[in-house]
Design a protein around this ligand. Sequence first.
Ligand code: AP5
Ligand code: MG
Length: 188
Amino acid sequence: MRLVLLGPPGAGKGTQAARLATELAVPAISTGDIFRANVSEGTELGREAQAFMDAGEYVPDTVTNAMVRDRLAADDARGGFLLDGYPRTTAQVAELDRMLDADGSSLDAVVELTVDTDEVVKRLAQRATEQHRSDDGEAVQRHRLEVYAAQTAPLVDVYAGRGLLRPVDGLGEVAEVTRRILAALGRG
Ligand code: AP5
Ligand code: MG
């Protein structure tokens, strides 16, 4: 199963990705987590990404695409994967298409987690008190939502046009949302 999880900051992509990875036996690949790991290890990639992340901006496509290309080439991703937070721009969509075309594979579905803005603001404020992510300050949170609306929301139509989009209501208990996603994938 080759899946993409789409949705605004705070929609629950990371939360659901971890659960779905177990259910579907595929690796959850979060570009945000990979960037954060590189920042905390002080790698070159981390140094390139940090300023963008802290400002709530997207890391440039060239950097992000190269990182995902490497990750998808790893053995554990050959049989399938779940991408959390990639693609986020139309250029990334085109690049992912090229990566998959090159080995004759394709996406099975794109799950869009829908959650209204009031709820994501509430969730991110709560997470800020627990995890202290450097991009969870109030002003940066607001900007991340704007960047999502401008650069990533258009992907919903792109994947809907391909018949791949599975919108799922992200409100409610975490386990209930997981059940809805699995049902939308025909695995319920
Ligand atoms: P990334 O780490 O991907 O952040 P994001 O998309 O902004 O999403 P979040 O991780 O904030 O939210 P989430 O949807 O995962 O929700 P979560 O499960 O945590 O990206 C960070 C940055 O990295 C970007 O801004 C950019 O700079 C860079 N980056 C990453 N990918 C990139 C790309 N492709 N291109 C360029 N740059 C890129 O849940 C949120 C909170 O809600 C948690 O506290 C959780 O416990 C809670 N929660 C979850 N589900 C529920 C529920 N059902 N009910 C109540 N609470 C819930
Ligand atoms: Mg996340």
